[in-house]
Design a protein around this ligand. Sequence first.
Ligand SMILES: *Cc1c(COP(=O)(O)O)cnc(C)c1O
Length: 471
Amino acid sequence: MSRSAHPAGPRYADVLPEGHYTAPPADLNELDARVWSKTAVRTPAGSLSVGGIDVKDLAEEFGTPLFVLDEADFRSRCRAWRDAFGDDADVFYAGKAFLSRAVVRWLTEEGLNLDVCSGGELAVALAGGMPPERIALHGNNKSYAEIEQAIEAGVGRIVLDSFQEIVRVAHIADRLGRRQPVQIRVTVGVEAHTHEFIATAHEDQKFGLALGGGSHPDAGGGQAAEAVRRVLKLDSLELVGIHSHIGSQIFDTSGFEVAAHRVVGLLADIRDEHGLELPEIDLGGGLGIAYTPEDDPSEPHDIAASLREIVRRECRGAGLAVPRLSVEPGRAVVGPSACTVYETGTVKELQGLRTYVSVDGGMSDNVRTALYDAEYSVSLVSRASTAGPMLSRVVGKHCESGDIVVRDAFLPSDVAPGDLLAVPATGAYCRSMANNYNHALRPPVVAVRDGGARVIVRRETEEDLLRLDVG
Ligand SMILES: *Cc1c(COP(=O)(O)O)cnc(C)c1O
């Protein structure tokens, strides 16, 4: 998959990317279970139903574009992760994927913890009723106010990301008379994307503190070891563990294996230098989902078994007791639970190339395609069709050639203005990254379940936009 930034100009004549499916699916009406949420089915009339409700009715009532969030699917994924890791591990949902008060309530009920990385996310987490001790605060540049807000609320952990932050958090905790549990985020020299990971000697990125060279960093070198020394000297900080997050949309555990090896190496160094065995390690998130039927993610159960075994083996090798493990899936919880429903506005056939199908949203509600060439699939959902396949590019309504929702997809050739299209697997990083480009109004999120629909984030209005514009 290409990781380039989106091209500034139009890409007139490119063909299907290498490795992409070149043949249309046998049945364009089929809803592939790998990409659709669990309750998605075709109604006898041929339209899509999610949570027991016809999307035509949802579009009628709530308008388009519309995020339809399948509550039963979301809850079942929460339970799957929770059960897979069991009682001696913690699952932190990464709130940046999508956060609202309703979602926080579901997470709380299903036994997940919550990662936030800004004051705004923390405010929603607290307003949604997540117990503060189940919240972790992340970020490479938390403000003084955000740190204060988090410590005052009593968050369960703050993940330290720099030397300056050690001092800041210690100072604020001290002033508030608290002893704040913290983890130190380290960079393990592994970067993972989809099917491969890249081991780099020096991790050139803004997050975390470097472990230093070698797989068992010598206790004298490395920023992480120095951070440990500094944290241990500060009475207002309680060092509970080491944190690592290696990337996103990861499909196998080999990158985590390297990360665990290096994190456990640091734990062993800490024991040797300070006579202290830290009780927790966090291996981060980044577990992949199916955006198209070609993606084949592992089940939570298998991932959990594999990660636990890796940590056990590394600890045995280092002569350490096995610490409490935590993981932080965001995308793998909410990603598959939602789809975006759009209305088709125009259909433009470019002879010999493809057909451009324009919908009433675009890069304002899904910036991932423009931002990192993300792949999605798309289906006609207001009706079934017997028409043949048509190579299509689903584009938005924004003033950018890069405003692409689905770069290459087969749609029935009779797709016409007024038809509803839906893009599955848009639960993560779509509404949360939504923007007001062209003064678009960010779409609502409607939760569906057992034949009932409820707006959990309402549609923006022009009044909302004008309220911010003080004239
Ligand atoms: C983004 C992020 C996650 C979640 O990533 P997903 O790909 O959504 O699973 C977890 N932990 C940290 C520290 C992150 O930055």
